[in-house]
Every structure is written in structure tokens, then in C-alpha cells.
Design a protein around this ligand. Sequence first.
Ligand code: GAL
Length: 711
Amino acid sequence: MKTARLIPLVLVLLLATKCSMYATGPFNSLYLSNSLGQGDMPIGVYYYPEHWSPDQWERDLKHIADLGFAFTHFAEFAWASLEPEEGVFTFDWLDEVVEIAHNNGLKIIMCTPTPTPPAWLTRKHPEILSVNSDFIRQEHGSRLHTIYDHPVYLHHTRIIVEKMAQRYGDHPAVAGWQIDNEPHFGPIVDYSEFAEKQFPVWLRHKYKTIDSLNFAWGTAFWSQIYNHFDQIPLPNANRAAQGVNPHHLLDYQRFMMDRLAAAIRFQAGILRENISSGQWVTTNYAYFKFLPLSDPFRNRNDLDFVSHTMYLTSGYLNDEGGPLAFRLGSGKELAFSADLAASVNGYTGIMEIQPGQINWGAINPQPLPGAVRMWVWHTYALGDAFVCAYRFRQPLFGSEQTHKGIVDTDGVSLARGGKEYVQAIGEIAQLGTAGKHEFLSGDDKRRRTAFLFSFDNMNDIENHRHHQDFESWQHVYDYYAALKSMGAPVTIVQPGDRVDPSEHPFWVVPAYQQVNPYMVDQWKEYVRRGGNLIISLRTAKKDTNGHLWEAPNQQPIYDLIGARIPEFDHLPLQYPGTVVYNGNEYPFYRWGDWLDPQPGTEVLAHYGDQFYEGTATATYRKLDRGSVSYIGVWSNDGKLEKDILNDLYTKAGASVYKLPAYVFTGWRNGHRVFVNYSSLDYELPLESGQQIVLGEPTLKPGQVTVVKSEK
Ligand code: GAL
């Protein structure tokens, strides 16, 4: 390999922090749906031709089409079958299945095969394999084990992606492209020599001088002062018994997220140079909570949209929704995943949902009868432009041997979940709403909520929880779940995003620690223009270097919330404190701010015990044309937050649902959909004369009810 062909990493990293030079295409949700099929929400399924005898391809793809699937999905792990030896390309088999799919009326999502480099590549260049925090290099024989942005890897990535893009870039059946698969660095992270060399480069780019870095990281503390960038190691908790410098760690996490984003940008650029303008480019992010160090917002300008994946019965995602939760999964996780993905570029589609039992989870239960169909309907209600089932045939070999497909191991008989997919396809087609793509009812518009969330903030909290049980996702989810129980559509916004109160009358800011004056001004401006801002504890504790203010605690928001926050407290779980709101008592232990409200600020809740009994902990004030509420305590089960949000929304004139936990609703094209992930029946709050088009007024666990409704 000629070094001249290597892509200088610094250049890639520079691109990571700037807007992409590749403008996104002229796409939207409706375009995306139409590119994949006829219906309102086309449903497709993964197919791996390389796993099956070529004489079965015609049978299988025809079967997929006959069942009502609109598209299929090829090639994301097929590198070794496409380039079996360096520089030797064998595309004939893929050409053939592309034609078979096309002739059967199926559209195709084509994928770049980079999660699984061939053995000739990993053997020749073991330096592309990532190294974990115990300094163990990964080995061939798995997947997602490479260093995404290693120049040697990028060199070979360019060759295979370019070849594929040139070959299928204007094929009429290929609707668009998925880059790689579920890109993320964790849990392997990357402690390779390559990362060690690149980190100082990234730091120099960010800080320019070593003095600025020393200031930002507070290296005077514990004598950590660096004389030059090349002295800086990768922070590794396994080699720092007393913990690593939190500023150092947070920058390392940013460095990792930038590297991943740059590698995705790199592939997006190659695709765009070679595909037609009608084909879109995406990647599929997984479980935002569980695969950290990937941040889709960093690729906002590179991808046309971001897709997402979700496996509901893995056993890792279950809420405590009663005895059936392990068979139904977490509707909250699915909803958050869809909302986050859609918030990046305004729309999304789900790239993978299981059609039945999986193989890699903690437990791998059978889904409850009806659950697979309910997940498809829930996704419909969440506004996804398409659904893709993972996968058509159950594999007979390999690491996912017992993972269910749409069809059973014989390759032809519909599996239980396959039947539910087919049922959902038929039911959605019957609604007759193709071509509409309206996702907000009149009531939805009045309760639509912007939600400030960033991976940077989650890392910042996790790096120093301050109370061992301050689980950052749980805090965010308590607010999110409250909003979902009210039926509020949620848009995830990033720091710096402008929020218009006429589009989002409410803006929730849960525990957002690092702020700059611009963000606080933006909040004030939002309220001035009539928005209702709701902020929770920890917000504005630090500047964007992660330093506390040389001023009173959280001082930058005092004149916004109309209160001072002189102190905060943490309690052990076995000795919780009490908060009083509207005469009701709520236990808390993880966090409690003491508020000192100024005249004109109303006290919503106060402490009912401890030595600071009677002290305010939640406040509300009208300000300009809007309102500001501050909730300084985290109740044990999120009930206080839910009750306060319900009252604030109602007071501001929005009508809200009071759905029980694990029941969800969403509106699309004149229909309101209800789904039940709880273990109890639920009597729907229907108005007299309201027409049910699917399901029953008593919503059973794992079931769906759809009503005609403009509300
Ligand atoms: C996903 C992954 C797929 C497949 C699937 C099995 O997370 O993207 O490639 O492994 O899990 O459930």
C-alpha cells in the first residue's frame, strides 16, 4: 500500500468538528417511505444471500415479496464474499440477487460491509484491530473489532465502498445506503497505540496551547501539569486507582465520538461521490443507552437521516412493568430511540426490530403473543417512515444460531412472529393513509415538548455521579416517561439548537450541567417569546470547561428561575427524605436542592422533614409571556416529576393524557394508536361515538387499539 493513499487523520478529525462539505439530499419522511414501497410505512426484512444456497434466492425473495414486504436489506457483513482476496472482487452473486429482488418488485437497502473485514486484511494488518483498556488486542473471528479511523482500515474501506457505490449507485431498486452497522466504540473503547498517538493531535486542535489545556483540565490539582501535548496519555481507569482527571476523561470521550463520526463521514463522502442524487445515505444507531460513545448528532450534516435499531426482549431493556415486562420489552426505550433518531434530521425509520425470540440477550424469552405486532404498530405511532424486520431466515450456523426469523429453520414456514408481521402489514395497509405523513394532532401541537439532551452531558454526569445511585439515564427517563404518559410528542434538542415556542410550547431541561451564557440567553429568549421552560437539578452547575463557577452554586440561572440554590443534599436509600407537593408526600434520596425563592416566585414543593424541613425544592414563576419552573429534587420513582409536569401543562392550557406506566399513545394521519406494554388491562379514555378501527376499548397487555381521531 502506498502511504500517499492514506488519509491523514488530522484532516478527518478537522472535518469532525466542522460542518460536512457534503450537503444532505433533498429528502424527507415521505420521500423515504416512497423510496422503499407504496404504503404509508413500508415494511422490509433483512436477507443474507451469502448464507444460503443460490438456488434458494429466487424462492426466498419471491416469498418475501408475496408476504407483503416492500424491501430487503443486503450486504453489511459480506466483505469477505465481495473481496475474497485483496483487490479481487466478486460482485456477480450480489448482482444476481439485486436483479432477483428487483424483478420481484422489492426495493433494496444496500450496506457497506465494514463491520467485518476479511481475514486477509486483519492478518496482514493486525494494527487495525482495536485494543481494550487491559491492552488486549481484538482478534479476527468476530465483528466490530476494528479501529474505525485507522488509516490502513480507511484505505481498504475506501476501495470496497467505492466499488459498491459505483456498481449499485444508480440501480433503480436500490433506495439508499446504510453505512456499517450499529457503529459504536464501547465496550471495547480504544486504547491502541494509534489512539494514543492521535489523542494529542485532537487535543492540540482543540486547545491550541498547552497552557489552555492545563487551565481547562485544572492540572494544577494533584500536580498533573503537562509541558507539551505529547506527554498526555489516554485516561484509563484501570491504571488510576484514585480515578482519572474528569476533564481529561470527558475530552477522551469527545475524542472517541469525534473519531467515530469522522469515520462515518468518510464513508458518506465516498458514497455521495458515486451514487445518484435520488439515493439516500444513513446508518443505524443502536440502543442509545447501551452502546455509548456514538453520537448521531455529530453526523447531522453527513447523513440524510439517522435510523435506529431495537431489540425489546433482550432482558437488558425491561422496565419493571409487572410479570409480563420481560415478554413485552420497554416501550419507553423504543419511543426514546425513535424520538432521538427522528430529532437528528427531522425523520427516521427503524432498521431492525426482532420478529421473535433472540439469542444474545440476558434471558431470551419468547415474546408475548401479539408483542411483535404491537412493536410494529408502536413504531407506526412514533412516526417512523419504515420498519425493517431482522431477519427473514433463522441462521442455521454462526453466532446467532437460535435467533428467530420471519420464517422457521426450514426456510419456508412462517414463524409465529412472521405471522404477526404479516398481520401488521395488512392492517396498516387497510388504514389507507399512504401519502399523508402527518404526525401531530391539534392537541399534540399544544403539548409538544423540546427536550435538551446530549451524550456529552450524560458522560459528564456519569463521570462523577456525586451520589452512587444518580444514574443519568434514569433521571432523564423519569422526565421522558412522564411526558410519554401525557401523550406529549418529544423532540430531542442539542445545546445551541434554537427552540421556537410556537412549535414547542414546552421545553424540558433535565440536569444539564455545562452551560455557556449563550445557552442561558436562549432559555430567557424562549420564555420571553411565550415558552414554558422546566429545568431540573444540576442544571448550569458548570461552565463549558467543566469548572464550577467562581460565584454561588448555579448562579447563572438565578435570575431566570427567580431563586437562589445555596446548597444540595444526598441521602442513603434506607433513610429517604420527604417532599410535599399539593399536600402529598413523596420520598427522595438521590438529590435535593435547597431553594431560596425571590419575591414573585411561587413555591411548588418543599421538604417535609430533615433539618431543612419547610425549605423550597420546586418553584414556578411567570416571566415575560412564558413561565419558568425549577424542580430541584429527584423523587424515588419519578412520581413527583410526573405530577408536577401534569399540572404545569394543564395550567398552560395543554390537554394531557394520564396514561398508566407502560401504556403509550401516538397520532398519525388521523388515527390515534394505543399500545400496552404493562401487565394489566387498561380501559381506554375514549369519548362517546369515537370510532375504533382496530382492537378493543379494553387494551390488553401486548395489544393495540386504533381510533379515528383528529385530537
Ligand atoms: C443487532 C445487530 C444485527 C444482529 C442483531 C441480532 O444488534 O445490528 O447485526 O446481530 O442484533 O439480534
